[in-house]
Write a protein of this length. Structure first.
Length: 314
């Protein structure tokens, strides 16, 4: 893989920017230019490859759910997290309230809003300052800050997430303050990243939790295993199944236009493309990843399936 190949992938994806629209339910996000596309690829053992708007800063939005889940698992363990949410694909939109309103139901998984908000309550004792420094470390990006405009915009348009928060509280899945939980959740969604930062995060996940450059372990191996499995099955909302067939890489999207993808054992990929499809996933970003995965045979099943051995030479 080289930067010429990434340019081809970007050109393949470009027409699909016209098939979506930028998010507008958070008004500040509607200012993004839907035609922009950027890619960054960070191999575990090679130089970073980039193309297009890889330097553009945008808010991480739901990709923060990956980091939040990892931190909750690291600090509080598997049982504490999966007492608050199941591990099942929801088949519903990212901010769906359907089904969890039934008295017995808990959120489907930690990567949809309801499950993520419940998980963020666990992170309150850690707080924004320490979470921010963790995010900077995982993304190898010391310039990540909270985008105040996007935060204010989402905070003043958060009726839906507030409803989810109170519903979770009524079920005992938020025991403390809904307001404090939503505040931290929204702040963490408002962190500004680049395609590069996402590729760096992906590379740590691809490498089992160890940063290849520093050799430091940032996440436990069993945490990475759980997080990658959740990304593979639930990371693209109600598009997760089709994305798994077409691309076959653990991935997580955000309504800011980012997609984080992981090629286990090989590389992290960050894509930016703020024009979103009806499910809230980057329209062109998905196509770029499909192109890369298919051309380079990165689909995890391609790498696991036993290919027919060449006939022995006599
Ligand atoms: N902050 C957004 C929300 O809670 C994140 C949604 C997303 O990226 O899918 O609605």
């Amino acid at each position: 893989m080289d930067e010429i190949f990434l340019q081809q992938a970007l050109e393949f994806g470009q027409p699909y920017t016209g098939k979506g629209t930028v998010a507008s339910y958070i008004p500040e996000l509607s200012k993004a230019d839907g035609r922009e596309l950027g890619i960054s690829v960070r191999p575990i053992d090679g130089p970073q490859l980039r193309c297009g708007y890889w330097q553009r800063r945008f808010t991480i939005q739901s990709i923060s759910k990956v980091i939040n889940l990892a931190m909750a698992l690291e600090h509080f363990g598997f049982d504490a997290v999966f007492h608050k949410t199941k591990m099942e694909p929801s088949g519903a939109s990212f901010n769906s309230m359907s089904r969890i309103s039934d008295s017995e139901e808990i959120p489907f998984n930690p990567l949809v809003n309801s499950g993520a908000i419940a998980v963020v309550e666990l992170l309150l004792p850690i707080g924004l300052k320490e979470m921010l420094s963790t995010v900077r470390g995982l993304c190898s990006d010391k310039d990540i800050i909270m985008d105040e405009e996007v935060f204010q915009s989402e905070w003043s348009h958060s009726a839906r997430n507030r409803s989810l928060g109170y519903l979770l509280q009524s079920k005992g899945l938020i025991e403390g303050s809904v307001d404090d939980t939503l505040l931290l959740y929204t702040q963490l969604c408002s962190l500004s990243v680049t395609a590069d930062s996402l590729a760096n995060l992906g590379q740590v996940l691809a490498n089992g939790g160890i940063c290849p450059q520093s050799g430091r372990r940032l996440l436990k191996e069993e945490v990475v295993r759980t997080v990658l499995t959740m990304m593979l099955t639930c990371g693209m909302y109600d598009g997760s199944g089709e994305f798994a067939v077409r691309v076959g890489l653990p991935s997580k999207s955000g309504v800011g236009g980012g997609i984080l993808s992981v090629v286990p054992g090989e590389m992290g990929i960050g894509v930016y493309g703020p024009s979103l499809d009806s499910k809230g996933n980057s329209a062109a970003g998905q196509k770029i990843l499909e192109y890369i995965s298919r051309t380079e045979k990165l689909h995890i099943m391609d790498r696991l399936i036993r290919h027919e051995a060449p006939a022995a030479q006599i």
